[in-house]
Design a protein around this ligand. Sequence first.
Ligand SMILES: Nc1ncnc2c1ncn2[C@@H]1O[C@H](COP(=O)(O)OP(=O)(O)OP(=O)(O)O)[C@@H](O)[C@H]1O
Ligand SMILES: [Mg+2]
Length: 118
Amino acid sequence: MAALAAPGSGMPLVGREAELRLLGEALGDALEGRGGLRLLAGEPGIGKTRLAEAVAEEARHRGAAVARGAAWDGGGAPALWPWTEALRALRPELPEPDERLRLALGPLWQGAAEPAPA
Ligand SMILES: Nc1ncnc2c1ncn2[C@@H]1O[C@H](COP(=O)(O)OP(=O)(O)OP(=O)(O)O)[C@@H](O)[C@H]1O
Ligand SMILES: [Mg+2]
């Protein structure tokens, strides 16, 4: 995969072939039921969000449900806010969790049912 257009930018993603390959493999694993976590870290402006958007776009093309949660720059966000935000987007498509999953999710599941703060 040489380049992917980032949504909304109109400009191609330059380079990042190695990262896209690794993340594409992780995506393949996830689609086959082997979940995992990948962390993008780097200097401000280095392209973390852009790369994440490109992978999210690929994930959508490959049939994955994609949700996004973001921390607040200024602080003061509710606990676990990015997870609540991501779960809120997915919740309408998800079945009700069984007792075990509900316990594991704790207040996250209920929080994902409440309206987003203004
Ligand atoms: N590989 C790339 N090819 C083309 N443009 C890129 C690439 N990586 C980043 N950019 C562009 O550079 C700018 C900064 O990228 P981005 O916002 O993804 O950085 P970031 O690491 O998420 O920054 P921050 O740490 O501030 O959140 C954006 O305009 C983005 O479109
Ligand atoms: Mg960013």
